[in-house]
Each structure stands twice: as C-alpha cells, then as structure tokens.
Design a protein around this ligand. Structure first.
Ligand SMILES: [Zn+2]
Length: 281
C-alpha cells in the first residue's frame, strides 16, 4: 500500500513533469473506483492548465488554472505516472488517462480500485468530506511536541495504534509507526497517556523515518515519471517492520511481533522494553 513517502514521491514526480502543462484530453476507462469518478470529470479538466501539485495526508491535490482541483488518492494499489504518448497502449487497470499538450500522458493505474479521482473547487480543502477530519501533517510545524504531548494525555490505549490515528497526525501508517517507536526505544504496547514526556523524541523519530523514506524514494523518482515504467513501490531498509524472527541490527535480540487493532506490530524486546527502564541506543 502506498504510504506517505510514496505519495510524496509521486507528488514530486508529477510536479516536475506536469507543472504548467495544459490538459488536452481526458479518458475515463472505468468510473467505479472507491467512489464513482464524477460524470463531469473529463469535461471539467479538459482545456485547463496544471499550476501546482500538492499533498494533504495521502491525497494528491492537482491545482488547475480554472480554480478546480483534481483530488486523487492511490488507495491500496494505485499509481499515477507520466509517460510518453507515443507507443502507449492502455493496460487493464489504467482507469484514467490525462493527455497533456506536450504529448505526455498522466496515467492513473489501480488494480484494486480503492483509489479516488474527484474534482473540487479551490478553498474546499477544509470542508471536503475526505479531507475535513484529517489531523496535522507530520512534517509541518503544527505537529509539535507540545501538541503530541497534549493529545497523548487523553488517550489510554497502546501507543502504536494511537500514532496511526489520522485525527492525531496524518500519514503515519503501520510501517512508520513501528519504525518510529523502535527509533525512540518505546515498546508499542505502552499506554499512550503515560508517554507525554516522550513526545519530543516521538515527533523527531516520526519525522526522521518519513524523511529517510522520502529521501530513498527520491532515488527511484525516475520510476514514477519514466516513459514506460509501471511505477512500483520502493522497498526501504526497515529496522523492525516485517523482520519478526530476525535479529535486531543494534543488539541481535530476535524481533517480535503482535497485533494491535488488527495490524501487525514489530519491536525489539531489548531496545524497546515494556518496563520503563529507558534503555537507549
Ligand atoms: Zn535491539
């Protein structure tokens, strides 16, 4: 599933490839994504020019000079790539094809069709059904240690699912919640309300894990905007995620796993003790 770093990489790839370009034709091959693509979609987009590509949580917001915004989400399996028109043949799950004046195509590909393609107007970001309940961006200033500490004191459950709550902070998915807790030496089952004093370390760890993933995505940026590439997701070097039964890179203790709120969680019992002995790397 594309997480925030993949979406941010997609955003950067799209921005560099399509900013300033005019949309000359739009083909919707399937309307039935997670929610139906609006019937006015092609007509609204055609003839407009792309002024910016932004991101809010895992949504892409493509600004158009008409004052409309193309709102997109990659869902479980989606990709949004740019390729040359010459030689392009639509594949089975290429649901939306946007043709640009420079003879390139933006292709939205989504085998599981959990993605979103919607149109909204500028200024509707705060009220749009999909965007209005989102918490702060993890890499922006309003996700501060003070904010996190204040939020944590109100939550009694284990810290891992709390960090994944999109109302608390957006874009910290299953992978990055596990990785960030490892980085600050906190067991994922510790009760959130007792960890307020650790908020500064947690904010730093969340940002560090996301930034590292975005940086590694940068090296595969070409895959997202290439002429023929499918735009698969890049693999990061994870410290604990998906490594149960394998030794910790720091202390060689075997990584353990359990389930929180239906999602797999991974930790090192030595580096992330359940008792607050505050062992640090
Ligand atoms: Zn360890």
């Amino acid at each position: 599933m594309p997480e925030l770093p993949e979406v941010e990489t997609t955003r950067r790839g799209l921005l560099s490839a399509v900013k300033g370009q005019q949309i000359v034709a739009v083909t919707v091959r399937r309307h039935d994504l997670r929610q139906p693509i609006p019937k006015t979609f092609a007509k609204t987009l055609t003839g407009t020019s792309i002024t910016n590509v932004r991101r809010r949580a895992k949504y892409l917001l493509i600004d158009l000079d008409s004052g409309h915004i193309l709102l997109s989400h990659l869902g479980m399996s989606g990709s949004f790539t740019v390729r040359k028109k010459a030689g392009y043949r639509p594949k089975t799950h290429d649901h939306v094809i946007i043709e640009l004046k420079n003879s390139k195509l933006m292709v939205f590909h989504d085998p599981r069709r959990f993605g979103v393609m919607d149109i909204m107007k500028k200024g509707e970001e705060a009220t749009h059904l999909l965007l209005k309940n989102l918490g702060p961006e993890p890499l922006e200033k309003d996700f501060s240690p003070r904010y996190l500490a204040e939020q944590l004191t109100r939550r009694k459950g284990p810290i891992k699912p709390v960090l994944m709550d999109q109302k608390l902070v957006v874009g910290v998915g299953n992978i990055y919640a596990s990785e960030a807790l490892y980085l600050c030496g906190l067991h994922p089952s510790l009760p959130a309300h007792k960890l307020a004093p650790k908020a500064p370390e947690m904010v730093n760890a969340i940002r560090a894990t996301l930034r590292a993933a975005i940086a590694s995505g940068g090296s595969t940026l070409r895959d997202y905007v290439g002429a023929s590439n499918e735009g698969g997701y890049f693999q990061h070097e994870f410290k604990v995620y998906g490594r149960d039964g394998e030794p910790c890179f720091a202390c060689s203790t075997i990584i353990e796993t359990c389930t929180h709120a239906g999602r797999s969680t991974y930790w090192c019992p030595q580096c992330q003790p359940i008792r607050a002995k505050a062992q640090k790397h």
